[in-house]
Design a binder for this molecule. Sequence first.
Ligand code: CA
Length: 241
Amino acid sequence: MKPYVLVVEDEAPIQDLLAYNLESNGFEVGQAYDGEDALLSITERVPDLVILDWMLPHLSGIEVCRRLRRKPATQRLPIIMLTARAEEPDRLRGLETGADDFIVKPFSMAEVIARARAVLRRARPALDEPELRVGDLLMDLDAHRVLRGNRPLALSPTEFRLLRHLMEHPRRVFGRAQLLDAVWGINQEVELRTVDATIRRLRKALNGPGEPDLLRTVRAEGYALEPHDADKTRPEAASSA
Ligand code: CA
């Protein structure tokens, strides 16, 4: 699956250059030409990475960055800031806003691609791998296949996306609204109880007879994936259901 990068830059030639080069290097690219546009686009679809120009009309790149950091859904969203100002105080101020990395203009495309890959690797190691492994679960991302031990699991596309999200963050507890945003998309009119229903079906598909339950329900909080290693019997895994 290609990482989705949103490029936020008001200067069309730079915007197009970035989009063209990112696309030819295996990224899916979205484009926004100002800060408001960027925030709207991110509400519709949260990208894997934002390349954000500092100097934007109306809403500056710094302000966009700050606003993204304030919202739970985008708090940890990887952001690379582009800036023409190489002065040290400015760079530091930018870092305080929560940008993950900085690229000073003029830049080489090779540099942008390398930084983008590095930031993504740090943020989501899974993006580089064609498969995810958590405990006795193996997800083949290219073939869209999931195995628990040697047993293939039959999952619907939504169940697959939900499991993928949980496998990318094992043990982390997600609220139903967070799962809704991450799996169904922020703009979908889906009710919270759909999440519960999908979790129920996923749990049924995941857990064979006698196997420990991999999905932990945290009362009033949400759900988490609890890895179970078939080779090591851990008493705490058995009691987590
Ligand atoms: Ca600009």
